[in-house]
Design a binder for this molecule. Structure first.
Ligand code: SAM
Length: 284
């Protein structure tokens, strides 16, 4: 069963965190009006040609990737996120950049239950899976949102990454839906990383951010994620691991390898999985 009490804590934590993140990103509407995109080559390649297709963006946050998909890949996008702040921002950004997209504020588990439309493509990315309290129900929900022949595309940080502490010491569980409650809540990873997609240099924005709302994350291994989708009737078409992470620099000594990507420091093995992607499809 999804843990709605945890999701409610996360909604509050993401509301505060999202405000801090966006405070560093400058005039996002101007960026999009000038033709900007926040997409990385990984998701562009996996999404492929989706012009005029309907796309459901699960956990879309403030909609920057949703609007990039709508503008640059030509899909008709619906974004869903639990955070009021994120969806409010996404709707404003859509209006002010004149990029059409539809945004729904909802817990994705409620959306799965209450929404009848079926989509050609579902998409989720970069920091999504760790917020899911029930991975099997998520798999069923994703499958239930797709038209026959529809595809689900996921690019996320590798759960192996979450086993290490800041000094790369093995410190945490890998799998099993282990619950991790953080009093510190959603942090200002934009300020900590010092980069954001489509932003040349960050604005100071909200400084010394301390989130007053705790957050709750879950540890799901790659096998649990894939199995949830297979159990729900999807067929795995692609699975890849990457030894770099886009945008996210969880450890201070990670190497900046350009293109807003970070890799393990030189003294460590260089094939540590930091990100993974998958594509799973429903039978036509
Ligand atoms: C790291 S962000 C994902 C960023 C996203 N890739 C983007 O395009 O910016 C994780 C998002 O998951 C959302 N979230 C967490 N739990 C959720 C839930 N149960 N239902 C819907 N959204 C949720 C948060 O509000 C947050 O916006």
């Amino acid at each position: 069963m999804p843990n709605k009490a945890h999701h409610e804590l996360n909604r509050r934590s993401w509301n505060a965190g999202t405000k801090a993140h966006n405070s560093h990103k400058g005039d996002q509407a101007a960026f999009f009006r000038a033709g900007g995109s926040t997409l990385f080559p990984e998701e562009r390649r996996l999404l492929g040609n989706i012009a005029s297709k309907t796309l459901l963006h699960l956990q879309c946050n403030s909609g920057q990737d949703s609007l990039s998909i709508a503008r640059h890949l030509g899909a008709r996008v619906t974004g869903v996120d639990i955070s009021d702040e994120a969806i409010g921002f996404a709707r404003r950004l859509s209006r002010e950049s004149s990029i059409d997209a539809h945004f729904v504020r909802a817990d994705i588990y409620d959306f799965f239950e209450g929404h009848d439309e079926r989509f050609d493509v579902a998409f989720s990315s970069y920091g999504a899976i760790c917020w899911l309290s029930d991975i099997q129900a998520w798999g069923r929900g994703v499958a239930g949102c797709l038209k026959p022949g529809g595809r689900f595309v996921l690019v996320d940080f590798h759960p192996a990454l979450l086993m290490f502490d800041e000094g790369w010491r093995l410190n945490e569980d890998y799998m099993g839906g282990v619950v991790c409650e953080y009093d510190s809540g959603v942090g200002d990873y934009v300020a900590m990383t010092g980069v954001a997609a489509g932003v040349d240099s960050l604005e100071p924005g909200i400084t010394d951010f301390h989130n007053p709302f705790p957050g709750v994350e879950y540890k799901w291994g790659v096998a649990e994620i894939v199995t949830a989708l297979i159990d729900a009737g999807l067929t795995l078409r692609h699975l890849q691991e990457y030894a770099f992470s886009n945008l996210f620099k969880p450890f201070p000594d990670m190497r900046d390898i350009g293109g807003l990507r970070f890799a393990a420091p030189a003294h460590l093995p260089q094939h540590i999985p930091l990100m993974f992607s998958l594509v799973a499809a429903l039978k036509p």
